[in-house]
Design a protein around this ligand. Sequence first.
Ligand code: GDP
Length: 433
Amino acid sequence: MPATVIVGAQWGDEGKGKIVDLLAQHADLVCRYQGGPNAGHTIIVDGETFKLRAMPSGILSGKECVIGGGCVVDPEVLLEELDDLAARGVATEGLVYLSGNAHLIMPWHVAIDRASERRLGRLQIGTTRRGIGPAYADKAGRLGIRVQDLLDPKILRQKIEVALAEKNVWLERVYGVEPLDLDDVAARLEGLAQRLRPYVSDTSLLVDRALDDQRFVLFEGAQGTLLDLDHGTYPFVTSSNPVAAYAAVAFGIGPNRIDAVVGVSKAYVTRVGEGPFPTEIEGPNQERVRELGGEFGTVTGRERRCGWLDLVALRYAVRVNGITSLALTKLDVLSAFEELPVCVAYRLRDGSETRDFPAHQSDFHHAAPVYETLAGWAEPLDDVSSVDELPAAARAYVDFVERELRVEVSLIGTGAERERVLSPRGLEAVARP
Ligand code: GDP
């Protein structure tokens, strides 16, 4: 009963989509365990670009796809995505399962997300304004509406009424925007509910049975470790838990059923929005990495901040996720540089050096990177089709990462296309430990 978790090891956008897509070919079920429809995975198959938002990327390989209880789902966005896939000839019939415990993103969540970011002005968190944070907040506040509420029109309307009684006060009095109309919202949701009902499933039972039947289950997280609500760089985090252990929580299986954790990291680092970023590149090289790596948000188009590889942060990701092997993506982007600084430690305010990620935010805010400079390979990786063909300096870069983290690099990304991944041990061995 092999179960493998794929987790972002940095601040998200590590290229998880492509890695999941590849490993999914060896899986029977692909399960998304947290996040909402801001998580735009970009996957290029046969030259065609797919931007997935809620759907696990396994759908492109015809796998059974499960959206777990740790996710928040915008019913309208999910249906659009299903329609879009169908229009492009991707089969979804009988392949998509939606947990009844997942929470719904309701129109007031989107309205509040937008109004609240507008009100914060310069101090805004930089959310994607899709209502994800407010939906998670209501889940914790026990005011949330769940996917299973879609199964009963009467209950659905009652819950909308209760929630709107409070949310409309907020919308009008706090944010000064128009309130929402109960009949409108209820009618809209009932329309969506009719289409979504067939997908609602007991996903804990589904996954448990699959594992008992020796089927291979792949769990995919959205965002990344440093954006984790509990373990990330709070408050510049997401409102759910990307860390690998949350796959078990979200699906209602025991943590001991997870056999392997594949961390996905770029060969450098990017970060979106505000917050401390010790290895952020100074000068024109930042722009160069951004252009070469196409570091702009999939859904938002926002520019990503770019930095040199941070092994202190990555060591932390190995620790908090229990990463058993690493996928190092976008190595090709570094081909443009003669020299590559890699951060091996942080220098703290008191002058001391640490190789461990600081537990306290003030230490992290003031951490300065201690770099070791490795030689670049300064040649494209376009024609490299096996690890042995990598330029010596590129191999040395990968070896250095393995040594520093004491974790095997099992996959190396050398380009955006699906085929552009080197796997020294073969994909199946990585997917099915
Ligand atoms: P995700 O949310 O973690 O999947 O990240 P994104 O969807 O933002 O993916 C990152 C981008 O990098 C996508 O446009 C991918 O096609 C691209 N990508 C993934 N792996 C590689 C790689 O090894 N090299 C290059 N150049 N691009 C890659």
